[in-house]
Structure formats: C-alpha cells, structure tokens
Write a protein that binds this ligand. Structure first.
Ligand SMILES: NC(=O)c1ccc[n+]([C@@H]2O[C@H](COP(=O)([O-])OP(=O)(O)OC[C@H]3O[C@@H](n4cnc5c(N)ncnc54)[C@H](OP(=O)(O)O)[C@@H]3O)[C@@H](O)[C@H]2O)c1
Length: 307
C-alpha cells in the first residue's frame, strides 16, 4: 500500500510500505482523511528509524478485530494512533476509535483527535472555568479554536492571542471575548494562562496572571526556550503555579473521542478546516503549517469516498 514517509530534513515522500496485520483488539481502517499536527512537523525534523507519521485518521473499517471487539466492517470511524496514520490503511486499537454519526464528515472527524483531545483535557485540568479570565496564546491553531469554543461555552472569558485580525475573526464567533495581536497587550490579571508559544511569550503571559493564578504550559511552537526571573513574579503573579501539560492519558482515547464527535454532531464544537487538500500535497501542506499559513486544522484526503 502507499504511505507518506519521512524523507529527511523534515520532508516527506510517498512510498510503498507493507500492510500491517491487526492483532487481537485491533481493527483495520481504510483511511479516507488524515490531519497534520504541529507536533508531527517537529517529529519529522528528527524521525526515529522505522517510524512513519500520522496520529489522526478517519475512514471505514475494512477488517474487524479478530476477537470481534469494536466496530463492525463498514463502520465510519475516527481513530487516534501512536503513528503511521498517513497511509491507505492503518491498524488501530478498538479502544482508540469512535464511531461517526452521519452528521459528522470524515474531514471534520480527521481534524478531531490530537487537537481536540488536547483542548478537552486541558479544560479538565483547568477545572471549573465559569467566570474565570483565561489568556490563550497561539490561539489560531487547531488546539486554540477547540479550546476557545469549549471554554467560552463553559462560561470563561477568553482573551486570545493571534497574529492578525483575520486570524481572530472566527475565534470571536466561537466565543472569545477579546483578541490581541501581541501577548504584551493582553489586559490582565488572568486566573489562568495557557501558553504554547515559548520564548518571550511565556514570561509575558505569566506576568499577566494574578496572584495565586496558574499558567498551563503546553507547547513551544516557536522552538525558543523561555527564560524566567524569580523576582519578576513579585510584580503580579506572586504564588502562581506553572503546570506542565501533556495530552496523553493512561486511559484509552475512545471515550473522549466519542465526546468530541458528539459535540460536533450536536453543533457545540466546530472543527476549523483551514486547509483541505489531496494527500499528494502533504509535503506542501506541511511547509504551509510550519510557516504559519494555515488557520485551524490541515486535513488531507485520499479520494476514497464522498466525505
Ligand atoms: N502538550 C500537549 O499535549 C500538546 C498537544 C497538542 C499540541 N501541543 C502544542 O500546542 C501548540 C498548538 O498546537 P496546534 O496543533 O494548535 O498548532 P498549530 O495549529 O500549528 O497552531 C499554533 C499557532 O501558534 C501561532 N504561533 C505563534 N507564534 C508562532 C511561531 N513562532 N511559530 C509558529 N506558530 C506560531 C500560529 O498562529 P499565528 O500565526 O496566528 O500566530 C499558529 O496558528 C503547539 O506548540 C503544539 O506543539 C501540545
């Protein structure tokens, strides 16, 4: 079968690879769509040997689990995989998939797993956000749109940091209260800051947190480490905590994926498909994502069926 594989220096190419045989508790999916995440661009810079990219896929089950657990052949599903999803067929653990209702397209579904699970689980870590003021940096990407919509619906006042008015429009529609174009212009104090840009953005975001508040540190998209000065915290965020966040869970992803699917089905979560292209354009879409030319999620289609 065909797959997208690492080609060195962060690039990818199409190649023929072996089919993967499902073990007990695993099923085979004919992939119709997959999405590209920022983290995968980082992994491609330094790919482990025998590793192929691809965590988020949607498609149809073509081979049920040998032990008959999970969805039946023909079911439309979304899956979150450890890797190797940018391919014609993938093997997924049955507890890492969710079945799709007709109202959720395969393109929307492919945009859900990594970014959606991250937003959902960060909101859980944040706890009750009703009436809370939240500062969100790097807000115009996949995670940012999902988090803004979920947090606003939960009663939070969200200030989103984006690079331009065009990048902020949809966030306002999804419930953000304020858009700023530079984190330094955000008007605190905030109860919570969510930081994923790194470099100078992190200490500035932290300086906007009120005494005893919290900064959830979930990425470093600029690839620039942050530098913190102990004494700066006396000027505002005294006693604040910084919590490192990673979206992975010891529990299976299936139930949280099903929650995301249900929210989309019922109109309470809107995948932002900033770019949809044929998978032959994967290399080009990767470059556009790296260079901040894509708002929301990037989805690639394999032309297998009507979405
Ligand atoms: N901790 C976890 O478990 C976890 C899970 C998923 C993702 N992440 C991280 O969370 C962050 C957001 O993920 P995502 O999938 O939403 O990424 P994304 O779609 O690429 O969005 C990131 C956004 O950051 C903004 N940005 C600001 N400064 C940037 C810079 N120097 N270089 C590139 N972009 C910059 C860009 O918007 P503008 O151009 O409008 O500023 C971009 O849209 C990433 O750092 C990712 O690695 C962490």
């Amino acid at each position: 079968m065909k797959a997208v594989v690492p080609a060195g220096l962060g690039k990818v190419e199409e190649a023929d690879v072996d089919e993967v045989e499902p073990a007990a508790g695993e099923l085979t999916i004919e992939v119709a769509t997959f999405s590209i995440n920022r983290g995968e661009t980082f992994q491609l810079d330094n790919p482990p040997s025998d590793w192929r990219p691809g965590k988020d896929v949607a498609g149809r089950v073509v081979r049920a689990a040998p032990d008959a657990t999970g969805p039946a052949v023909g079911s439309r599903v979304v899956a979150h995989l450890p890797h190797s999803g940018w391919a014609e067929r993938v093997v997924a653990r049955t507890d890492q998939v969710a079945v799709l209702p007709d109202a959720v397209s395969l393109e929307q579904a492919a945009a859900l797993p990594l970014a959606g699970l991250t937003a959902l689980r960060m909101l859980r870590v944040a706890g009750s956000v009703i009436g809370r003021r939240i500062l969100l940096t790097g807000a115009s990407g996949g995670v940012g749109h999902y988090f803004t919509e979920l947090a606003a619906a939960s009663g939070a006042s969200v200030t989103a940091v984006v690079s331009s008015p065009a990048r902020g429009e949809r966030l306002l529609e999804l419930g953000a209260e304020t858009i700023v174009y530079d984190v330094a212009d955000a008007r605190g104090p905030f109860d919570l800051a969510l930081e994923s840009v790194g470099g100078e953005s992190l200490p500035i975001a932290l300086s906007k947190v009120g005494p005893g508040g919290k900064l959830i540190w979930f990425g470093e998209v600029s690839r620039q480490p942050a530098r913190l000065d102990f004494f700066d915290l006396f000027a505002g965020p005294e006693g604040a905590s910084i919590q490192h966040f990673h979206y992975t869970s010891s529990a299976a992803d299936g139930p949280d994926l099903a929650t995301l699917v249900r929210l989309v089905e019922t109109g309470r979560l809107h995948p932002e498909l900033g770019r949809i292209d044929d998978w032959s354009a994967t290399a080009e879409v990767l470059e556009d994502l790296r260079d901040r030319r894509i708002r929301g999620n990037a989805v690639l289609t394999l032309g297998k069926e009507q979405q």
